[in-house]
Design a protein. Structure first.
Length: 240
């Protein structure tokens, strides 16, 4: 199956894998009741075509302390049994879980050189991060998104203390980390960089002659080159 543009993938991901494979011949049931739980952020629009330069997604595993969530493999039932939590729904019928955790410390963050003057613009105060786990078509966790939350935002229910050390992949990518930290952790070179403030890495791995799995990792950076939003997704396509 030829994968022509990232726009196609983005639309598939944004609608969630569950929506992509949903039956369209039957009418949808009545809408879910209103849910005030923070919703996962949307993807950027107008992305360029991807180049699949990596052999695997560098963040296909999301680590919650010593507990790994393997994208496209770990069942929803296992996650809810371990973490607890409630299943939520987007208007397009996408199912998701939402948790919060403290922010990671950046080991490469420079020490402040001086106090800022009162008239200088102050950086937002971040109180934690929300982590959304998106449910795929087979009841598996297909995607994870994380966003740093300011003091004006709202946090999802907190993870238990032994699961609060959250990182994307073995390189321990996380929100509020700096681009310099990612570079020092030897993250592979991004394959698209024109969609500022978003930076992207892509992966393409063939399972067999009929099934292809596409992996994506994206990070939105602020003007200080720190990660504010982060997502990683694995989607399996079947070429009939």
């Amino acid at each position: 199956m030829k994968f022509a543009t990232f726009a196609l993938a983005a639309s598939l991901i944004a609608g969630s894998a569950a929506a992509c494979f949903a039956q369209t011949t039957s009418p949808l049931p009545a809408p879910y009741p209103q849910d005030n739980t923070p919703r996962p952020f949307n993807y950027p629009e107008g992305l360029n075509s991807p180049t699949f330069t990596l052999e695997e997604n560098p963040a296909a595993v999301i680590n919650f302390g010593d507990f790994p969530v393997i994208l496209d493999q770990t069942p929803l039932s296992v996650v809810t049994k371990v973490f607890g939590g409630e299943l939520h729904h987007l208007p397009d019928r996408t199912d998701y879980l939402c948790y919060s955790a403290p922010l990671q410390s950046d080991p490469y963050a420079p020490k402040p050189k001086r106090r800022k003057k009162a008239d200088e613009e102050q950086e937002p105060v971040y109180i934690g991060q929300n982590i959304w786990l998106i449910v795929g078509p087979r009841g598996q966790i297909s995607e994870a998104r994380a966003e740093a939350v300011t003091e004006d935002g709202e946090l999802c229910p907190a993870l238990a203390e032994n699961f609060q050390d959250v990182s994307f992949g073995p390189l321990r990518i996380g929100t509020t980390l700096s681009a310099a930290a990612m570079k020092k952790e030897n993250l592979p070179q991004m394959s698209a960089s024109e969609e500022a403030p978003w930076k992207f890495w892509f992966a393409n791995k063939a399972q067999d002659r009929f099934n292809l799995r596409y992996g994506f990792l994206g990070a939105e950076l602020n003007d200080k080159q720190k990660i504010l939003k982060l997502f990683s997704v694995e989607i399996e396509f079947k070429d009939k």
